[in-house]
Design a binder for this molecule. Structure first.
Ligand code: DAH
Length: 345
C-alpha cells in the first residue's frame, strides 16, 4: 500500500471517529463508539495499523508518525465528547450516576478476630479497674496447674482423660513424665495466679487472658481449646465483698449498666469460700464463671502469710461472654474461620 493511500485512510478514519463521537447522545453510545474506533482488539484504528506493514520501507517512518498523530486526534475527540456528555462538571460520562462529591467508602482491610477483639475489650475494662495484664505459659507443669492450687493428688481434675498431658522427647521422658511434675497443656488460667504470686509481693491486682486446653468433644458450647480470663487481687483485708463489686463493675462495663449479677455457693480447691457467679440476660440467669476468696493453702504455697494478706480470684470463659454479647449460637463458628462469619465483626 502506498503511503498516500495509508494517510488518506487514516484521515478518513479520524473524521469519521470525530463525527461519531460528536453524534453520541449518551454515555452508552459514546462508549460503543469508543470501542468501535479505539478498541484494543477489534477497533478500526487497530485494523488500519496492520496496513502499515505494506507501506514501502522508505515511507514507514512517516506512516508511523501519521498513525500516532491520528490516534491522538481520535483520543482527543473522544475526551471532548466525554466532557460534553458529562456536562463538564466532573461527573463521569461512563457512569452518569456517579457522584464524585459523595464521601468515599472505607476500604475493607483485615480485622481482628472476634475473640481477640473481646480479649482486648475485657483487658481494657479490667485495666480501668486497676488490674494489670499478666501472662503465663500454655505448656504448664503439674505444680502450677494443680499442686500449688491446692488440687490434691486424688482429685478428678487431674484425670488423664480430662487433660492433655504431654509426652516429651525420649531423653526428657524420665524427668518429665515419670516424675511427679508432668507437663500438660494448661487446663485453666488459674496457673497464672501462682506464677505471679511466686514472683511478686502483695499488693497484687492482675488479669490474665489466654488459651486453655481440655479434651472435650466439640459441640455448640464446647471446644478442646478455649479462652479464659483470670483475675487475682491480693492485699490486706480483701474480702468477698470486693470480689462481688469487681464482678458487678466488670459485667456492667461489658454487658451494660443495668445487668444484675448474683453469686451462689460452690466449690473450688483453690478458693474458700468459693462461688459461682451468674448474670441476668434475656430473661434468664447465665453462668459467668467461678470465683472465690483465695484459699490460705494457696497463699502458703507461694510463701505468703494468710494471716497478713488475703485475696480473691475469678475465672471466666471468654467465648461464652463473646457469644452472649454477639448472639453467636455455636462456639465452633469462632474457630472454623469462615470469612462470611468473620466479616460480621
Ligand atoms: N479455674 C476454674 C475453671 O477453670 C475457674 C475458677 C474458679 C477460677 C474459681 C478462679 C476461681 O480463679 O477463684 O473452672
Amino acid at each position: 500500500m502506498s503511503i498516500e493511500t495509508f494517510v488518506q485512510q487514516l484521515d478518513e478514519l479520524a473524521q469519521s471517529a470525530a463525527s461519531t463521537f460528536a453524534a453520541a447522545a449518551d454515555a452508552a453510545e459514546l462508549d460503543a463508539a469508543r470501542v468501535e474506533f479505539l478498541g484494543a482488539k477489534k477497533g478500526k484504528l487497530k485494523a488500519l495499523q496492520k496496513n502499515m506493514g505494506s507501506v514501502p520501507g522508505e515511507s514507514r517512518k512517516e506512516a508511523g508518525m501519521k498513525l500516532n498523530a491520528v490516534k491522538q486526534a481520535i483520543q482527543a475527540a473522544f475526551e471532548e465528547a466525554q466532557g460534553r456528555l458529562g456536562g463538564g462538571d466532573g461527573t463521569d460520562a461512563r457512569d452518569p450516576e456517579f457522584d464524585p462529591t459523595l464521601p468515599g467508602t472505607a476500604r475493607r482491610i483485615g480485622k481482628l478476630h472476634p475473640i481477640t477483639q473481646t480479649i482486648n475489650e475485657l483487658k481494657d475494662i479490667m485495666g480501668r479497674l486497676g488490674f494489670t495484664p499478666a501472662e503465663g505459659p500454655e505448656v504448664e507443669d503439674d505444680q502450677h496447674n494443680f499442686e500449688a492450687l491446692n488440687i490434691p493428688r486424688s482429685h478428678p481434675a487431674r484425670d488423664p482423660l480430662d487433660n492433655f498431658y504431654l509426652s516429651v522427647a525420649q531423653s526428657q521422658a524420665e524427668s518429665a513424665l515419670s516424675s511427679d511434675n508432668p507437663l500438660l497443656m494448661r487446663s485453666q488460667t488459674s496457673t497464672v495466679q501462682i506464677r505471679v504470686m511466686e514472683n511478686s509481693q502483695p499488693p497484687i491486682r492482675i488479669v490474665s487472658l489466654g488459651r486453655v486446653y481440655r479434651p472435650d468433644s466439640a459441640d455448640w458450647s464446647h471446644y478442646p481449646m478455649f479462652h479464659q480470663i483470670e483475675g487475682l487481687m491480693v492485699d490486706k483485708n480483701v474480702t468477698l465483698a470486693d470480689l462481688k463489686t469487681v464482678l458487678k463493675l466488670f459485667a456492667s462495663n461489658y454487658l451494660g449498666d443495668e445487668v444484675p449479677i448474683r453469686i451462689r455457693p460452690s466449690f473450688f480447691p483453690f478458693t474458700e469460700p468459693s462461688v459461682e457467679a451468674d448474670y441476668y440476660w434475656n430473661g434468664k440467669w447465665v453462668e459467668f464463671g467461678g470465683a472465690g476468696v483465695v484459699d490460705p493453702n494457696v497463699l502458703r504455697s507461694v510463701g505468703y502469710d494468710p494471716d497478713e494478706v488475703s485475696g480473691f480470684a475469678f475465672g471466666l470463659g471468654i467465648e461464652r461472654l463473646c457469644m452472649i454479647r454477639h448472639q453467636i449460637t455455636d462456639i465452633r463458628y469462632l474457630f472454623t474461620n469462615d470469612v462470611r462469619f468473620l466479616r460480621q465483626f
